[in-house]
Design a protein around this ligand. Sequence first.
Ligand code: GAF
Length: 387
Amino acid sequence: MKTEQQECSCAMEQKIKEEFATRFGGEGTFYASAGRINLIGEHTDYNGGFVFPGAIDKVIEAEIRPNGTDRCRVYSVDINETAEFGLAEEDAPAQQWARYIFGVCREVIKRGFEVKGFDAVFAGNVPLGAGLSSSAALESCFAFAMNDLYNDNKIDKFELARIGQSTEHNYCGVNCGIMDQFASVFGKKDCLMRLDCRSMEFEYFPFKLDGYKLVLVDSRVKHELVDSPYNKRRQSCERVAAKLGIETLRDADMDDLDRIKDEISEEDYKRAEYVIGEKQRVLDVCDALERGDYATVGERMYQTHAGMSKLYEVSCEELDYLNDLAKECGVTGSRIMGGGFGGCTINLVKDDFYDPFVSVVIKKFHEKYGHDPKIYPVIISDGARRL
Ligand code: GAF
């Protein structure tokens, strides 16, 4: 029997096929890439710290075929829009969604690899603006496809992730770190990955919860990192690192920060205080998971939430409320996930508490905000691939 997710994926593939045949005739090759969760380690990637993400069973899928010209024609099933663009720098499309694809093509070309015109149809079930990195999924899907279709897969996987990251920087206005694209490209079924964002060394952690579940609660407050205070957070961290004469906050501790307290703004101090704490929390969580010590994992998750809310200030009323509800329901760990400013909380819940928690959260959130939050059980899955 197929799971709900597999049903949904089949329906999506079918729809893509139909649209491709109608718009362009015949068929192309299918590629997919995934959204991600992050167990802990937020806003640490661009500070040279650690992150602990995994790819999930929510994907972007695309059917793509070279068209023998130097123009790309792309149809988005979900937005019901077509974009057509060339491959030179001045050909950037107006639609934001198409800039992710154009940016990927440009970044591949800038690295001396090949991209030629293609026709493509794509769709996805990664919820938009929920902090699950639909944009990284889109970038990785097309980066993987451009590598496969035109470059004999000569571009290594780290470079594919960097292509997505540079797309965000150069074509989408978000000065993001590497976590999302890394997770989307390297994701592996049933494994989280601990990545050291300074050395780029990483380890797969088989992810099996004994007696617990991970669940996302989506506030449905739209999270939009483009032109957002995200870049300002990064600038704060960079200012503090520059003041300390180090490359990133990876090399700072609280003593260092206190030494320069009078020379930086109160706001920058708080931002750096959060990052310094978060670096250590990722390591604590990895150790605790190895010991099966879920209480410590959960405690660190709550500490991250408090830091993101009070020090880094990337939470919002709805997410703080979801965090409070989790505490009230005896959830082991809960925190805002991803860049912030809306989106989801990630919750570590004992099996026995799962159903009551989900019903209480839906009921109480609805009473307060007039709409249901969305609930996504976490299923750790593969990242970018050819189907
Ligand atoms: C967003 C960014 F894209 C990531 O690089 C990361 O900084 C994350 O926010 C916060 O951890 O998803």
